[in-house]
Design a protein around this ligand. Structure first.
Ligand SMILES: Nc1ncnc2c1ncn2[C@@H]1O[C@H](COP(=O)(O)OP(=O)(O)OP(=O)(O)O)[C@@H](O)[C@H]1O
Ligand SMILES: [Mg+2]
Length: 226
């Protein structure tokens, strides 16, 4: 009986197709909660980074392959502690879940109008033929939100930013991954000014990378580029 109870609390994901796959994680629909996703670490990524061939110092981190979960949970908690009314534009973290693919991180799904996963900034940029006026307005609001809540950003790219709604509002851009202090010496945590400078720098680089990597859907094949 105890075994049956234990297995009942484990979310079964292994036989289901993920909604999305990143470099490090697979993103699944939460089997019991329509508005939540469960993220699990990709086995191949864990093996490459934290397995036999991985860098030795990676293995010193106590949470190892789950260190990213700790970072995101901590940053979400920090935003709630300091700027609860600010409605920081980062995904709402719900908690942890045991799954048949290892420890899972549960967060609220940012949704498109039809309830599916919200489109990424990269998708919107391609579809709208570049930085449209609407896109610029929404991006400016997003950057303002990050700065107003002093969010620490580690990894900003156009696939970590999605545009949609969740229980807190929207439609708006939300950072769904890549937030939280990464450095051993927590310089962003120590200085708000330094953190704002860092966020603006990452934002600028993210935009440049977007232009380099994402072709515009309205462009012809004879495009001369930007
Ligand atoms: N809360 C969410 N709401 C909507 N979509 C999401 C959410 N979390 C993840 N996604 C989608 O799933 C994709 C992969 O998720 P995530 O970025 O967390 O994976 P990752 O492997 O950590 O990413 P990376 O490739 O940046 O390392 C995202 O690019 C996004 O499209
Ligand atoms: Mg990502």
């Amino acid at each position: 009986m105890a075994a049956a109870e234990a297995s009942a609390s484990i979310l079964r994901l292994a036989q289901v197709d993920p909604l999305a796959v990143g470099h490090l994680r697979k993103v699944y629909q939460h089997p019991l909660e329509p508005d939540f996703v469960v993220k699990v670490m990709r086995e191949d990524a864990v093996e490459a980074r934290w397995g036999a061939g991985g860098r030795w110092y990676k293995k010193l981190v106590r949470a190892r392959q789950y260190a990213g979960y700790v970072r995101e949970l901590k940053e979400y908690i920090a935003a709630q502690a300091r700027f609860a009314a600010g409605n920081a534009p980062i995904a709402r973290m719900v908690g942890l879940a045991e799954t048949d693919l290892g420890l899972g991180l549960v967060s609220e799904k940012v949704r498109a109008a039809d309830g599916s996963l919200a489109p990424t900034l990269a998708a919107r940029y391609g579809r709208e033929g570049g930085f449209s006026a609407d896109l610029e307005r929404d991006l400016a609001q997003f950057l303002d939100g990050l700065l107003a809540c002093n969010v620490i950003v580690g990894d900003m790219h156009a696939w970590n930013i999605v545009h949609g709604v969740d229980s807190r509002g929207g439609p708006r851009f939300v950072l769904i991954d890549g937030f939280g202090e990464k450095h051993v010496l927590p310089r962003s945590s120590m200085s708000r000014r330094l953190n704002a400078w860092n966020t603006r720098k990452l934002f600028r680089r993210m935009r440049e990378q977007l232009v380099r990597l994402v072709p515009l859907e309205t462009e012809t094949s004879s495009s001369t580029g930007g």
